[in-house]
Write a protein that binds this ligand. Sequence first.
Ligand SMILES: [Zn+2]
Length: 113
Amino acid sequence: MHELSVTEHVLQLALKAADSRRILAIDLVVGSLSSFVDDSVQFYFEILGRETLAAGALLRFRRVSAQSTCLACQVVTPVDPPLPFACPACGSSQLRVSGGTEFYLASIEVEEL
Ligand SMILES: [Zn+2]
């Protein structure tokens, strides 16, 4: 259900940015730790966008990784689920994970007039 509201939000943003031009493609950035499911977003998008200028637009998902910072040696590593229990550089288990939860509209492609 989470996807319905974010998809609606993305669609509104895209339509506003398109300024009455037909939308061909929408690029979305999705964090590797976010719970959003591409297929669900696609599903809602097709329903919500049906009667709009975004109908038939291609949704492109770009996954971005979270980052793990080792508190012992400061090495920063990109991580994807399942999260590591130890630093790949020094083996310490004191890791701080940040990022990876984003979900946003990166860009749109519109039809040239
Ligand atoms: Zn380390």
